[in-house]
Write a protein of this length. Structure first.
Length: 466
């Protein structure tokens, strides 16, 4: 679910770069030997190996990606070789945003595919129609160093950005309260600008393909441009579970159009399973699933924000990713869909096993959705205060919209931050944001037993499920 935005615990000084980004070291190939210089740990030379992704939709091959990462040449796809969907996306203003924590294991792949995606979207010499915002906190690996390098790549590409390294920490706050806070912080540049964006593209610390992200963005296009006219479109995220069996991951945030929670295995949804199986988009009540594209006006014009549940009203103790969609339904922005071809995972092994074969070869032009109204009832799988696990046996159906359509919004007299101050700068070694320490039985999640964690062997960074 949306809890992968795990930007956490840091006893480090806040480091921020705003456009123009500072030059980073050139990533040339991983060397386990880090060097210490002026108190800052920097990576050795790192070589970006080509990813396992194709480039059918992006039309940006591995040579173009490599040359961009080496700061040699910027080669965007030629208009003559681009599809009508890609050309439509190239004329949109897209705000790309991520929250990262201890993401070193996926950073080479993540950076390479992000660069491929940006090259595809910035054709016709319009890199300033893009913006990249990354908020990192509490990493004890080389995530900060990779982000320093990313700044250099974005600077070379001419793409405006804001990179925060060493942001606020969780301290003793509730997990969802903290995650809502850092998501709102990552959106700060969007709220501060006078530029009007079309889409906000959230990327978890996932192994993904630019082609999958492009398909998801294409499904989000207005209907006259071949899209679904959606307010939000999510991907699908998978993990490799017990015995190598692939399972859908982000159950906590995801509910189908009937309001029922997704399952790990077939049938994953009660409504839309046939579309899911053939890679066509289908309507849902809520989702996140590794990546999601929102209509930017939801944040810029209508001022919705990520938030904690309202305990005084008896609101479901759901994730910040679930609550944002409930608020969207209440303001008439309930065109929410899943784009199955935007498949991702949280490790290279999980991606190759479960998500790579699902990537698109051509832009989907056959999906069509007759948008239905919101269901009256929805699953609530509450997270108890002080706990960081979910017991799916405690789920129940509720009238989710029993608060007279009340929707919290960000305005000039409120803060996007939640309970800031006393908890900032708490113990930098606090790892309780993960929920548990990962020694549960590997099948726990699969058997719908309480757990927000991935099975052992999968990274537990900003997972969409905590």
């Amino acid at each position: 679910m949306a809890i992968r935005c795990i930007c956490l615990l840091a006893g480090f000084l806040l480091q921020v770069s705003i456009w123009p980004c500072t030059d980073g070291l050139l990533l040339r190939g991983k060397d386990a030997n880090a060097t210490q210089s002026k108190g800052v740990v920097t990576l050795g030379k790192v070589i970006y190996q080509p990813t396992s992704c194709n480039h059918h939709l992006s039309v940006v091959d591995n040579v173009a990606v490599s040359e961009a990462l080496a700061h040699k040449r910027v080669a965007a796809p030629k208009a003559s070789g681009s599809s009508t969907q890609l050309q439509a996306l190239q004329h949109q203003k897209i705000f790309v945003v991520a929250c990262l924590h201890n993401s070193e294991d996926i950073m080479q792949h993540w950076t390479s595919e992000l660069v491929r995606l940006l090259l595809a979207l910035s054709a016709a010499g319009s890199p300033t129609s893009l913006f990249v915002s990354v908020y990192e906190s509490g990493s004890t690996d080389h995530t900060k160093d990779y982000l320093e390098l990313l700044e250099g790549h974005l600077n070379f590409l001419g793409i405006p950005c804001k990179i925060v390294r060493g942001g606020v920490t969780r301290g003793k706050r509730e997990r969802i309260e903290f995650l809502a806070d850092v998501r709102n912080r990552a959106l700060e540049p969007l709220r501060a600008t006078t530029e009007v964006y079309d889409r906000v593209l959230w990327l978890n610390d996932i192994v993904f393909c630019a082609d999958g992200a492009l398909q998801m963005l294409a499904h989000a296009l207005p209907e006259p441009q071949g899209g679904l006219g959606a307010d939000a479109v999510c991907g699908m995220d998978y993990i490799k579970g017990d015995g190598g069996k692939c399972a859908f991951y982000d159950r906590w945030a995801s509910k189908d159009a009937t309001g029922r929670i997704f399952r790990n295995f077939f049938p994953i949804v009660n409504y839309g399973e046939s579309e899911l199986e053939v890679g066509q988009a289908f309507q849902v009540f809520s989702c996140w699933n590794g990546m999601v594209a929102f209509d930017a006006s939801i944040f810029q014009k209508q001022r919705l924000l990520f938030r904690f549940h309202r305990e005084d009203l008896g609101e479901c103790a759901a994730s910040e990713a679930d609550l944002i969609f409930r608020d969207m339904w209440n303001i008439g922005r309930g065109r929410i869909a899943v784009s199955p071809l935007a498949a991702s995972s949280y490790s290279d092994a999980g991606f190759k096993k479960c998500a790579l074969r699902k990537q698109p070869i051509d832009f989907d032009t056959s999906s069509a959705i007759s948008w239905a109204p919101a269901p009256k009832m929805s699953s609530c799988c509450p997270k108890d205060r002080g706990e960081d696990v979910i017991n799916y046996r405690d789920c129940f159906n509720e009238d989710w919209n029993r608060f007279n359509n009340s929707v919290p919004r960000l305005n000039s007299s409120t803060s996007a931050y939640i309970s800031l101050g006393a908890y900032a700068g708490e113990d930098a070694n606090d790892e309780d944001w993960r929920g548990d320490d990962g020694d549960e039985d590997e099948n726990a999640e699969m058997q719908e037993v309480p757990s927000l964690l991935k099975p052992n062997g999968e990274a537990a960074g900003d997972d969409g499920e905590t």
